[in-house]
Design a binder for this molecule. Sequence first.
Ligand code: GDP
Ligand code: MG
Length: 302
Amino acid sequence: MSGHRAGFVAIVGRPNAGKSTLLNALLGEKIAIVTPKPQTTRDRIVGVLTLPEGQIAFVNTPGFHTGKKALNKHLIHVALSALQDVEVVLMVLDISRASVDPGQEDGALLEAVVASEKPAILVLNKIDKAEKNALLPLMQAWAGKHAWRAIIPVSALTEDGLGRITSELMSALPVAERLFDPDTLTDKPMRFLVAELVREQLMLALGEELPYSVAVEVTGYHERPDRPLIDIDATIHVERESQKPMVLGRGGDTVKMVGSAARQEIEKLAGKQVFLRLHVRVEPNWTRSARGLKKLGYEARS
Ligand code: GDP
Ligand code: MG
């Protein structure tokens, strides 16, 4: 390979396929939150991998969904438009759930990938938990569905096979100069990443108890000029009065635990000490209201 390569790569796949895990593993840093619940990722995030031979800007997109709520419409729009602006597509399949015939969601996604006419690489994820003899028939079946540049079995969790993704991507990207400063890890401001890390811990703490409509807004972010310390205030918006005690927990135990876990993650990312204060607020029906979306930093679309 000659010449420096650079470009944008969309990571697409059904909810829970392992896109965020893969992105974090490829970058070696946690910028996308991961939970066992679908629809964890609400907004697109660019993650930048800078290597001597080239620079890959990954666009992590939310899963494709059909639904009536404003938030769902927003998700679909973000996911579909992501394919327009990239050089290469990485489609991620969870092979422990995928079948030889794509279901409705994978089918729709495949259609979008084919229609985009972008070079595409198929990633068969979760080989660590799939049955050994399920892999070959899946590879053969999916090989016939599109002119993939490559089909790569990996485990994003154990980081098996990831090197091949990077090298295939490099060869698929155009010869180009760097797009970002080599120190750039993500295009998202720290405040966004902080809100996401709090939301992740909330989802992990509450599991099925709390719908995904919970939103976190960073209302204060101040770096101390005199020492490596960041003061952060974050508000947790819930939709109903009845959800507030769930988030708080007995004697405030849950929110305390969430705050402590999130603080540790933020400190890892920031490389500084963090004081994190969490507040809980009831914000009725925000997922259904365009105003609610806008207020919390998601651009509303019709
Ligand atoms: P996304 O919705 O596509 O972004 O998926 P996530 O990255 O959030 O992952 C969804 C779930 O699958 C999480 O519980 C991950 O830990 C898990 N997961 C992701 N990759 C792998 C993998 O390679 N092997 C296994 N066993 N689990 C994985
Ligand atoms: Mg995700």
